[in-house]
Design a protein around this ligand. Structure first.
Ligand code: FES
Length: 148
């Protein structure tokens, strides 16, 4: 036979209703803080990506167009190829508030959170990011790009 334990009584001076309403207000405040604390739009991550370990294969060099870039989200790296055969790697973490850059438009890497744009050398082309993307070493072995 099951026995239910009585709910704990509220502190002296507080009614059960006060405790329940207070809990709801606290929960609501928590949700509000979670939704706007970083200014990160819904659906975007403000969790810094972990950059893949040295030796991790990213993909074939043919994935990265000349004069553009490719984002390897799971590796936390964006690889650019400004000119033929000149590859460079950068962290996908936007230096503004930590969103992951998520789009490449031609020679521009775009952060979806507040619109910062970066060039193929990682430099800021348009803020609000205060500085460029952090370089991450990559290497080309044959036709494969790896983390250096
Ligand atoms: Fe704000 Fe990238 S996090 S522009």
């Amino acid at each position: 036979m099951l026995t239910a334990e009585p709910a704990p009584l509220p502190a002296p001076g507080l009614s059960r209703r006060t405790v329940v309403v207070g809990g709801a207000v606290t929960l609501g405040a928590g949700v509000a803080v979670a939704g706007c604390a970083t200014g990160v739009p819904a659906g975007q991550s403000d969790t810094p990506a972990t950059v893949a370990a040295s030796g991790t294969t990213l993909g074939p060099t043919s994935d990265v167009p000349v004069g553009s870039a490719k984002i390897y989200s799971s590796a936390g790296v964006v690889v650019t190829q400004a000119t033929a055969g000149k590859f460079a790697g950068f962290s996908t973490v936007c230096p503004h508030q930590g969103c992951a850059v998520a789009k490449v438009e031609g020679a521009t890497i775009v952060c979806p959170c507040h619109g910062s744009q970066f060039g193929l050398d990682g430099s800021v082309q348009q803020g609000p990011a205060p500085k460029g993307l952090t370089p991450e070493p990559v290497a080309v072995k044959g036709t494969e790009i790896t983390m250096a």
